[in-house]
Design a binder for this molecule. Structure first.
Ligand code: ADP
Length: 578
């Protein structure tokens, strides 16, 4: 249970239905005692030979007691189930929201080295498991102990009346024995449940990876390999599921056998002690009402183990520290000028592999700076440190203000990023451009689209700006997507611009339009160009040459070409290949 303690705060969301559920559980339990009472007191009267024959009113009255008790029990049980489900559903809805909100805040570093599919599975399958655990557990968590207390109470009453404590002890002696199978099963089940949930993540990851690479699968004829990969994963899933079933299914028969032994012993004792059939039958009923909750509480334990395995996977997300957050006393930041400075900046994705080493460079506002160097040298990483995507040692500053001293929203409002692969949301073109600046007016959006050479092609679409672009912009060409992304950047009009130059050439019409748009976009801005193809270098006022995490040279094209061997070889290779 302690596993769940940090989440108890969610309970205050559901105080009212929870109280109702508890109340109905008490009524449900009391009905159990009532049932045993009827068995012992009311029914024997009907069949007592010496008794005065019952009037029909009495007969119907007694007979009606049975459905009446079941009616009370049924309504209370139903209310309990319904209210508990409401609690579970509400809590899990909130947890799912919190999970998603947490994902929005976690640093990018958290996501590298994690599979998207596995995270999806945590958000869907693990929360589902948890909801099931919560409702099924809570359902029995009150009802069953209430029934147990009711039944045991009745047994105590019976023993007291007969002045025969031995029968009571005998009846209840075997209940503690049930603890052993419950614990044994629980322990084994938890391991299987952990494996099962993890494998569920792997299956989802395989699926989502496959769907993300559907073209590659066709192009390289990987269908069979992918099928096999998926089958292996689902096969393992099935294995863990059956192992869990093996342990979970054991519990009921074991507890039933233990309780049957208890009943047999009671039978022998009752016979010797000269109990009447009526008394014995009442004891039997109470005993059944005792063991049934024990059995169900065993199942509750199983379910808790499953839930705890799922929760452990959510914990990893909930407990991951949010390392990149707003400072407590943020600097007042309006529109920045765009003086960029890196001071002794070092950074590593993984502790043992430094990616940037003691990088220092100052770029006055308005510098168009190209980052060149062999692939893997750290150019992209360098640029990603400006919007504070990662935490560094050393200092990255804009206009002399450490980026860590600014609110993230203030910082990022001053930066426009245009990446290699423009990612669009499955929404209208208008909405996709508005991402650049949410409060822009329609004329501003259209102007931005014109600046990005996108306006004309947008108007040529049947729905114009209201065209839905499909998932990730699938219904548009690469060049069109790129131009929408540029329109976003125009609309944002941020003083700092980060361009991740496309690695592959676009069709020449788009290419020319995009180059012209870029030139316009860069005007008056501090620009970092991650130059993969050197085609933009002619616009740069400064070039930084990266090699293995360090800036090994800087200057303009002519001087670097003359003095830096690495730069010269990179440049020549590009020209030769182009
Ligand atoms: P460039 O842009 O110069 O090609 P990058 O900055 O992308 O280089 O990468 C620099 C180094 O950091 C490479 O060795 C790369 O493997 C590593 N790297 C890049 N991104 C990540 C990441 N998200 N997680 C771990 N390592 C990364």
């Amino acid at each position: 249970m302690s596993r769940f303690r940090p989440y108890f705060r969610y309970l205050h969301l559901v105080r009212a239905p929870l109280a109702g559920a508890l109340l109905s559980a008490v009524v449900f339990g009391a009905a159990a005692a009532g049932l045993a009472y009827i068995m012992e007191k009311a029914l024997p009267r009907l069949f007592d030979d010496d008794a005065i024959p019952l009037t029909s009113a009495q007969l119907y009255g007694y007979a009606a007691l049975i459905p009446l008790v079941f009616l009370v029990r049924g309504v209370a049980g139903y209310l309990n189930t319904w209210l508990i489900t409401l609690c579970g559903v509400r809590i899990l809805e909130r947890m799912r929201r919190d999970f998603f909100a947490r994902l929005q805040m976690l640093p990018l570093a958290f996501f590298s080295g994690r599979q998207t599919g596995d995270l999806i599975s945590r958000g869907i399958a693990d929360t589902n498991q948890l909801q099931f655990t919560l409702t099924s557990v809570a359902n029995d968590l009150f009802k069953q102990p209430a029934q147990l207390i009711g039944a045991v109470g009745y047994l105590v009453f019976l023993a007291a009346k007969n002045q025969d404590v031995a029968i009571l002890l005998l009846c209840l002696a075997s209940i503690p024995l049930c603890v052993f199978p419950v614990r044994y099963v629980g322990k084994h089940l938890q391991r299987r449940a952990e494996q099962f949930q993890a494998e569920m993540g792997a299956v989802t990851a395989t699926l989502s990876e496959n769907l993300g690479a559907i073209r590659e699968v066709r192009a390289f004829s990987l269908e069979r390999r992918e099928n096999e990969r998926f089958e292996r994963s689902t096969g393992r899933l099935l294995g863990f599921q059956m192992k869990a079933a093996k342990y979970a299914g054991m519990l009921t028969p074991v507890i039933e056998i233990i309780s049957a032994v208890g009943i047999a012993a009671t039978l022998v004792y009752a016979y010797r002690a000269g109990f009447t059939w009526n008394q014995f039958f009442a004891i039997l009923t109470a005993l059944y009402l005792c063991y049934d909750p024990v059995k169900k509480l065993g199942a509750v334990n199983n379910e808790l183990k499953r839930g705890s395995a799922a929760l452990a996977r959510l914990d990893e997300v909930f407990n991951e520290p949010i390392t990149i957050a707003d400072p407590e006393k943020p600097a007042a930041v309006g529109r920045l000028r765009g003086d960029l400075a890196f001071e002794d900046v070092s950074f590593a994705y993984r502790a043992d592999l430094p990616v940037l080493r003691d990088v220092s460079v100052a770029l006055p506002a308005g510098t168009v700076c190209a980052l060149v160097g062999p692939s893997g040298a750290g150019k992209t990483t360098f640029a990603n440190l400006v919007p504070r995507f990662y935490e560094v040692s050393g200092r990255v500053a804009i206009d002399g203000i450490d980026v860590r001293a600014m609110r993230l929203a203030d910082l990022r409002r001053n930066i426009a990023v245009v990446s290699q692969e423009a990612v669009l949301f499955n929404d209208t073109i208008l909405a996709n451009i508005l991402i650049g600046r949410a409060d822009a007016t329609r004329p501003e959006v259209e102007q931005a689209a014109r600046d990005a050479f996108a306006h004309d092609f947008i108007l040529s679409l049947a729905q114009g700006y209201d065209t839905i672009v499909g998932e990730r912009g699938a219904s548009l060409s690469g060049g069109q997507r790129q131009r929408i992304a540029l329109a976003r950047a125009f609309l944002r009009d941020a003083p700092i611009l980060i361009l991740d130059e496309a690695t592959s050439a676009l069709d020449s019409d788009s290419e020319a339009a995009i180059q012209a748009a870029l030139k316009k976009l860069m005007r008056g801005k501090t620009v970092l160009i991650i130059a993969h193809r050197f085609s933009t270098i002619r616009d740069a006022t400064k070039i930084l040459v990266f090699d293995r995490g360090e800036i090994v040279a800087s200057g303009d094209h002519a001087s670097l070409y003359a003095t830096n061997a690495l730069y010269k070889s990179l440049y020549d290779r590009q020209q030769g290949g182009a």
